[in-house]
Write a protein that binds this ligand. Structure first.
Ligand SMILES: [Zn+2]
Ligand SMILES: [Zn+2]
Length: 287
């Protein structure tokens, strides 16, 4: 087991003690990480070809480095991962078991081509058509797709992240793939970063800013947190009525896995929604 997985498992154990309400979901996520690591060990992704000058110019103009469809994936390995995630997903919740049974039947009956589905992971029209045909929960399908390609997305990001200087990007969407962030993080001296909901890349941002409408007016940007739990806060924007959760890593003694922190703070999503704010990017579980 890699050091990073070992640390994340330790962290999951701590979170389960602290928030027993999330035990089921955290147990499942832990198994997902184990399956992903088993695949990562055999991974060999060639870097996406980029011309450095052209890309630097694109970045300057606000264009992301590549499109979601340009990530280089190992489809046969993603298919294997998808199938193993289905196996563990069946034991996670009743709802997931029902949906996965439908997916497996659709594959068996030839309605669903798994390799094609994973190749077209970025194609919403294609995925909506599948959802129309097999009528399962969109979040379950999206979760299985995303988690099955995630090790390859990570490998691409690893190759791309040093190709261009992203320090002056300062936009609300990801400089690598153009997606909105799912979380933000305060690191080091309190520098704020946004974490991409698709490829996981983290890029620096101004401290006070709504990533979704680029509002920087301090009168209409606020945050709230639970008393005594200042590590997690919810940054809300009165202008677009949307929010993003922020983890203050300066107050943590470990490097956070933001997907994990996102799960362990679902209660803050509920609070934000009660206050009338929307989350534009769903978490892994579609909530
Ligand atoms: Zn991205
Ligand atoms: Zn806003």
């Amino acid at each position: 087991m890699s050091e990073s997985l070992e640390k994340r498992k330790e962290h999951i154990t701590q979170l389960k003690k602290k928030y027993s309400v999330y035990n089921e979901i955290l147990n499942f996520y832990e198994k997902v990480l184990e399956e992903q690591e088993a695949i990562e060990l055999t991974l060999n992704v060639n870097p996406v070809e980029t011309s450095k000058d052209l890309k630097a110019l694109q970045i300057k103009e606000g264009f992301p480095l590549i499109n979601k469809g340009d990530f280089i994936l190992d489809i046969p390995s993603s298919v294997i991962l998808f199938e193993s995630l289905c196996q563990i997903g069946k034991n996670a919740t009743d709802k997931m078991r029902e949906d996965i049974n439908v997916i497996e039947d659709a594959i068996k009956d030839g309605f669903l081509d798994l390799a094609k589905l994973l190749e077209r992971h970025y194609d919403k029209t294609y995925i909506d058509k599948i959802l129309e045909d097999i009528e399962i929960d969109e979040a379950v399908l999206n979760f299985l797709i995303h988690m099955s390609i995630k090790p390859f997305l990570d490998a691409n990001v690893e190759k791309l992240k040093d190709q261009v200087d992203f320090k002056n990007w300062l936009r609300g969407y990801c400089p690598i793939c153009g997606s909105f962030p799912h979380m933000s993080e305060l690191k080091g001296e309190g520098q704020r970063f946004f974490a991409c909901s698709f490829c996981g890349f983290e890029w620096p941002s101004e401290r006070l800013k709504c990533p979704f409408c680029e509002n920087k007016d301090h009168e209409s940007l606020h945050y709230f947190y639970e008393e005594g739990k200042e590590i997690y806060r919810v940054d809300v924007c009165d202008k677009c009525k949307q929010y993003i959760k922020t983890v203050d890593s300066c107050k943590l003694d470990y490097e956070p896995d933001l997907n994990l922190e996102d799960i362990a703070t679902i209660h803050l999503d509920i609070l934000a929604s009660e206050k009338g704010f929307k989350r534009p990017v769903p978490n892994l579980w579609g909530t």
